[in-house]
Design a protein around this ligand. Structure first.
Ligand SMILES: C[S@@+](CC[C@H](N)C(=O)[O-])C[C@H]1O[C@@H](n2cnc3c(N)ncnc32)[C@H](O)[C@@H]1O
Length: 340
């Protein structure tokens, strides 16, 4: 009934709330409030054993549970079906994919994302594919703060990065954990194509005695990686800025117990450097994009060809699909050991 509230002493509030919720009488559309001595619960109908008073309770703005729910009435059924439901949230920044036909409503879509995900402060849309050797995409601002720099937390590490300047994917969270669990206590680890340092930081957190070197070409990514080392007090990580092709032959021949190659577009072209860096027994993690029909064929062929060229023997330890990437294309990883 309009403005009906149950009035109880403060000390009985929790017990009363539970009773009202379980009996289905509690009016979830209005706010519970207190005058200091008594608590007032808005109710849908009278319930015996409680004092009922007429009080105006403020209306609650209910948080929608999903983007589709938040956009019901704004987008038609047909438009809702076109909405790409999976998107990335990196720290306080959300990055959406907006199909061309929905561009007129992109602001409303972005605002809906902020209403559903309260931690999101800025929404951008993908404005290009990943581009160039740094693998960075163009982003267009849609809503919230015009700030693409953020701090992202994962696997007990924090990473500062700017999505307009560096590559970063939160979708590799499990893969980073997997590699950190495979790594040994005192290993010498080289992370090729290291970006802002996510693989290195996660390994360093788990293995403080390991010695990890990141090699990265993008100066902005190196700058963030240095900051992230400080942020995580990862004293066992260092950064070498430059091209893997030049850095490895010059400074890291035959030193590595573990080499990570998370490029993944074209990582096979750097297998020569991985073999060069590897000491006997070294494990290499080679990432690659592959057609779902033959996910490992191309990468395995490249590994065997390079091993033959360099007179090394290899043993494949694991072949794994990491994540879907595009229609019928996935990111895959091959873990292999260099035996001699
Ligand atoms: C797909 S990103 C991966 C970044 C990082 N590993 C991560 O997971 O966030 C590939 C990175 O490799 C770097 N890169 C590309 N070619 C390189 C090269 N020849 N030497 C060193 N770094 C390179 C790019 O600048 C980019 O940051």
């Amino acid at each position: 009934m309009k403005n009906d509230c149950i009035k109880v002493e403060k000390r009985k509030a929790e017990e009363t709330r539970r009773k009202l919720v379980s009996s289905g009488v509690f009016d979830k559309t209005r706010r519970v409030f207190s005058d200091g001595k008594f608590v007032f619960f808005p109710v849908l109908k009278k319930i015996s054993g409680f004092e009922i008073v007429k009080k105006k309770a403020r209306v609650r703005t209910l948080k929608p549970n999903s983007i589709k729910e938040a956009l019901a009435g704004v987008l038609s059924e047909k438009e809702l079906a076109l909405l790409v439901s999976s998107f990335d949230i990196v720290g306080r920044v959300a990055v959406l994919e907006i199909p061309e036909v929905l561009e007129k409503k992109q602001k409303q879509i972005a605002e809906a994302v902020m209403r559903v995900h309260k931690s999101v402060r800025a929404v951008f849309k993908k404005a290009s594919e990943m581009q160039g050797v740094f693998r960075v995409r163009k982003l267009k601002w849609l809503a919230g703060e015009k700030q693409s720099e953020t701090i992202y937390a994962e696997n007990n590490c924090r990473m500062k990065l700017d999505l307009k300047k560096v590559y970063f994917s939160p979708r590799l969270v499990f893969e980073r954990k997997r590699i950190a669990e495979l790594a040994g206590e005192n290993e010498r680890v080289l992370v090729f194509f290291a970006g802002v340092g996510p693989f290195a930081l996660v390994i360093a957190r788990k293995h403080p005695l390991a010695k990890i070197t990141c090699i990265e070409l993008n100066p902005a990514a190196c700058e963030y990686a240095r900051e992230n080392i400080e942020l995580n007090k990862a004293e066992n990580v260092d950064i070498v800025e430059g091209d893997v092709r030049k850095i490895i032959p010059a400074s890291f021949v035959g030193v590595a117990d573990r080499v990570l190659m998370p490029l993944p577009k074209g990582a096979e072209e750097f297998l020569r450097e991985a073999f060069l860096a590897a000491r006997k027994g070294c494990v290499v993690h080679l990432y690659s994009f592959a057609e779902d029909a033959k996910p490992f064929e191309k990468a395995l062929k490249a590994v065997r060809a390079e091993a033959k060229k360099q007179g090394r023997r290899v043993k494949v330890l694991c072949k794994r699909v990491v994540r879907p990437y595009a229609p019928r294309v996935s990111q895959v990883v091959i873990d292999f050991q260099i035996l001699n």
